[in-house]
Design a binder for this molecule. Sequence first.
Ligand SMILES: C[S@@+](CC[C@H](N)C(=O)[O-])C[C@H]1O[C@@H](n2cnc3c(N)ncnc32)[C@H](O)[C@@H]1O
Length: 376
Amino acid sequence: MGVCRSLVANDPNLTVYEALRLLRILKDGTTIGGIACKMKVLSVMAALGFLYYRGLLEVDGERLTVRLPSKVEWNVKSLVELEVRGAVYALPNAEMFEDALRKRDMGIIYEFSQLPINRDSLMRKFAFMQSFQDVDGKEMIFVGDDDFLSVTCSLLGRPKRVVVVDLDERLLEGIGELSKKYGLDIETFKHNLVHPLPEELQGSFDTFCTDSPHCLGGILLFVSRGASALKQGTETAGYFVFQTVNEPLLMEFETRQKLLRLITNEMNGVIQGMLPASIKYITPRNEDEKLMALLLEATKMQSLEEYYRYVKKVLKPSSKFIEFYPEFSMEASMITRVVFRDPKPLIEGEYDKEAERRYGPIYSWTIIERYTAREK
Ligand SMILES: C[S@@+](CC[C@H](N)C(=O)[O-])C[C@H]1O[C@@H](n2cnc3c(N)ncnc32)[C@H](O)[C@@H]1O
């Protein structure tokens, strides 16, 4: 810990707790992109370097994995590990769940900001929602669902009605096929959320779930559409996700402040439950390859100090993802539960030029493209 701190001065999430979690993950072996923790990428790389130079890291360049050698004794269980294990062991319909994950693996469309969450995050999200009684017996709507959370909730819980709205026909088909195969009765609607929800879906649900694009406009739009689907005059709940680290182009402190203010003041929502460090996205394989190539090059250095200097120099240009999100932590999002009684969507009509002027574009890549165009 001390050594990593001396190398990376400014990562507030470089804590003993996160370091323990990292060791726990490394015990089982993982790709670098598969490491889930709140620390910045740079801090994780510093920690990997530290372990490597102490002879405590096995690096497998072929399989793209890093792990602690088996001789290391380990008897600390992290809270997160226990939490997830509990949910997984209790998992009914395990085979069907695996089948759903296979079907979900269809390649992402960057233009739709797709980036599915991993298996553990799906479980945690389901467990979190279930713990608030927002699944069983409820009418649920999924506002965008590349995660297949609708299928997870249907397989593991007992919702009364499940509807998925998305623009991507491929995933609606996939969800439809699983629904048919396992008798889940999931309804799918192809719909572009820049337009208001179809009349028939408005005002009729108890719970909405969304993992929107990670920028102010995107979150406000998807949450608004979710809120428009909720019943009026009774307590209902919505789930959304937002970044909790400062990311200069997408989510600064002030953006988070504005987002939560608008949801509570303008949309009549009450924030009632947050699960920190709760979502890990599946890193595309080519990003994993780049991180591994970098680690292999860097570990040719003679000392940890040289290793770290090298990593710092080449990390940013090494990958599009890290170039765009240099401050991104490896597990950046917080699942947030908002309770409504009289939901009032902030965006009611089209997401038009006026909305965009106020809240910004819906997609993070639009923001990034504009930014890079301005820089040129
Ligand atoms: C926006 S992605 C979330 C990914 C992740 N949170 C991120 O920011 O990288 C969630 C889902 O929304 C869908 N989606 C994106 N834009 C949409 C739109 N305009 N209308 C309907 N669904 C959309 C995607 O197909 C995907 O399944």
